[in-house]
Design a protein around this ligand. Structure first.
Ligand SMILES: C[S@@+](CC[C@H](N)C(=O)[O-])C[C@H]1O[C@@H](n2cnc3c(N)ncnc32)[C@H](O)[C@@H]1O
Length: 232
């Protein structure tokens, strides 16, 4: 494993000075020490403050369910990237299995071998295999952090159609070149327009939807779309 380019003190200072409550709270946890020791490469790049606040914000959105009945659910971090959310959630909720799904070959499937409840899976979110993977579990919480354009739409399509997906959290990224959004040139915030469009695609018979900006997430793309299955 590569050593961290930043010392532990520098990482801590950056998080504490970031202005986000999430980053400050994270520093106080054992998870922070663990991640620094086991996954130093996660703190190599300057982006880690943003990544931590996103992961914390997404976990906040499902914390209640996991505390109440975490052992009933598996969590799928769709398009996980390095896996900040996966590691954070696995550490905070040891009774819950978390899968980090991504196609990128940079991430080794054995990355999380020290965590008994986290696993990397190399799979394409657009594949039928992924749909089958989701269906193979009884209760799934699907999470997608910073998914762009078609990936965000695929995420919503899967949440709508796959029965085992009971809750979902999406923090969308850019709209890409989708003309149906870009044509609304008179709306100042294209990102918010894009998020509203995504929300309009959610099956509201299946889910109750709450969508809002989370200012503690240190990114201009900080809309959190939370979907909770309606109790029948
Ligand atoms: C913008 S990154 C977000 C990473 C992570 N969720 C985060 O916020 O740090 C998008 C991720 O999706 C992955 N990805 C892109 N297309 C994919 C696909 N078809 N199936 C699975 N993963 C994909 C990329 O490899 C990348 O890691």
């Amino acid at each position: 494993m590569r050593a961290s380019a930043l010392s532990a003190e520098k990482v801590e200072r950056k998080l504490l000075r970031s202005g986000s409550k999430y980053a400050k709270d994270f520093v106080k946890t054992r998870a922070f020490r663990y991640m620094l020791e086991k996954f130093p490469e996660m703190f190599n790049k300057n982006r880690f403050v943003k990544e931590i606040t996103e992961a914390w914000g997404a976990r906040n959105a499902i914390k209640g369910v996991l505390i109440e009945s975490g052992e009933e659910y598996i969590v799928v971090d769709a398009g996980s990237g390095a896996g900040y959310f996966t590691v954070l959630t696995a550490l905070f909720h040891p009774a819950t299995k978390v899968f980090a799904v991504d196609t990128h070959t940079e991430f080794a499937v054995e990355d999380f071998r020290d965590l008994k409840n986290a696993e990397r899976v190399r799979m394409d979110l657009f594949s039928e295999e992924f749909e089958k993977f989701l269906s193979s579990f009884k209760k799934v919480i699907l999470v997608g952090i910073h998914l762009c354009s078609d990936l965000a739409l695929r995420f919503i399509d899967l949440a709508n159609r796959v029965e085992s997906v009971r809750h979902a959290v999406l923090i969308p990224c850019c709209v890409g070149d989708r003309e149906e959004i870009l044509s609304f040139g008179f709306i100042e915030d294209t990102y918010e327009m894009w998020c509203a469009y995504l929300v309009s695609k959610i099956d509201t018979e299946k889910f109750r939807v709450i969508s809002r900006r989370d200012p503690e997430i240190l990114s201009p793309k900080n809309v959190v779309i939370k979907m909770r299955e309606r109790v029948k």
